[in-house]
Write a protein that binds this ligand. Structure first.
Ligand code: IPM
Ligand code: MG
Length: 368
């Protein structure tokens, strides 16, 4: 049997540093758990632009379509801020999402016990928090046409279009309901049906899919602005939240910060099943390229490590090994090892990116 294939795209900023730690973890699973991957590596984002004049080379795009899963670090940085919109690092990531048709973006917001004090909210509001935001990722205002900056009379007008078809809404709703069945069996759908027609359709279709196929799952609807408010007021009322591309972008950053640090949160972007039954998939940390700390050893590799855990679970059917890795991270945090983003002001010496990776490996060793 051939090994499953994994394309690694470290990207820019802290991407390569955190990915180096993930590579150590992947090697550990090969050596100690017999889980071997056919690994390849390529460029995405600013580094791809520097090399090829495009943030995602066609060859890389083709490779991403062939592999069983893609693991991405982060893209972007100030060096690329002035580039034309069409070749900005982010366009590389958006092209991957769109052409692989990764319509369901899973963003867990989980509060690690050891980190409940790091949230800006009171401890009892966030302790034990475990919610999953399912963000539609390939449509909506991110991709709708018409779009652009046009001349209208003697001024410019900027246009983006929010557009959703029924099938686009239905498929991401199904992803949310399926996930809910494996968790708390509750879905809250968020839109702005009070002001947007696309929101009215969203609400209707989610309800229809529910009534026809998932009547056993508890479904509620909320306006996205009220949802943001409820997320900060009492986030534990939620289990799975399903929402569109733009609201999902905002709400997932909000939810991430509830847990104390963006440096801890992974994500999975999943598409339709391939011939081998695995979903098309890209895994990446929720955090960005953090150019301000790149190269300083301050980056927290946990979000990227946990993204690999999601790959084990959702692409490679290794839920037990994913749980082993998640438990190892949890244990390292509980033992007090912290990267700089997780240090209280009076907190002693932070672990470097490499030391954090090594600590996770030690915890994995201890789990055998
Ligand atoms: C995210 C990011 C991206 C987005 C950017 C980098 C294009 O904010 O993954 O949430 O807006 O989707
Ligand atoms: Mg975002």
């Amino acid at each position: 049997m051939t090994n499953p294939s994994l394309l690694i795209l470290p990207g820019d900023g802290i991407g390569p540093e955190v990915m180096a730690e993930v590579r150590k973890i992947i090697a550990w699973f090969g050596a100690k758990r017999g889980l071997n991957f056919d690994l390849s590596e390529d460029l995405v984002g600013g580094c791809a632009y520097d090399r090829h004049g495009t943030p995602l080379h066609d060859d890389t795009m083709a490779k991403a379509q062939e592999v069983d899963a893609v693991l991405l670090g982060a893209v972007g940085g100030p060096a690329y801020d002035k580039l034309d919109f069409s070749v900005k690092p982010e366009r590389g990531l958006l092209r991957l999402r769109k052409e692989m048709d990764l319509y369901a973006n899973l963003r867990p917001a989980q509060c690690f016990d050891a980190l409940a004090d790091f949230s800006s909210l009171k401890k009892d509001v966030v302790a034990g928090l475990d919610i999953m935001i399912v963000r539609e990722l390939t449509s909506g205002v991110y991709f709708g046409e018409p779009r652009g900056i046009f001349k209208e009379g003697n001024e410019r007008v900027g246009i983006n279009t929010q557009r959703y078809t029924e099938s686009e809404i239905a498929r991401v709703a199904r992803s949310a309901f399926e996930l809910a069945r494996k968790r708390g069996n509750k879905v809250c759908s968020m839109e702005k049906a009070n002001v947007m027609e696309s929101g009215i359709l969203w609400r209707d279709v989610v309800q229809e899919v529910h009534d026809a196929e998932y009547a056993d799952v508890e479904l509620s609807h909320m306006y996205a602005d009220a949802g943001a408010m409820q997320l900060t007021r009492w986030p534990k009322q939620f289990d799975v939240i399903v929402t569109d591309n733009l609201f999902g972008d905002l709400l997932s950053d909000l939810a991430a910060m509830l847990t104390g640090s963006l440096g801890m949160l992974p994500s999975a972007s999943l598409g339709a099943p391939m011939e081998n039954g695995r979903p098309k998939a890209l895994y990446e940390p929720v955090h960005g390229s953090a150019p301000d700390i790149a190269g300083t050893g301050k980056a927290n590799p946990c979000a990227c490590i946990l993204s690999f855990a999601m790959a084990l679970r959702y692409s490679f059917d290794q839920g037990d090994e994913a749980a082993r890795l998640e438990a190892a991270v949890n244990q390292v945090l509980a033992s007090g090892v912290r990267t700089a983003d997780l240090m209280q002001k009076d907190g002693g010496t932070p672990a470097t990116t490499t030391q954090m990776g090594d600590a996770v490996i030690a915890a994995l060793e201890a789990s055998l």
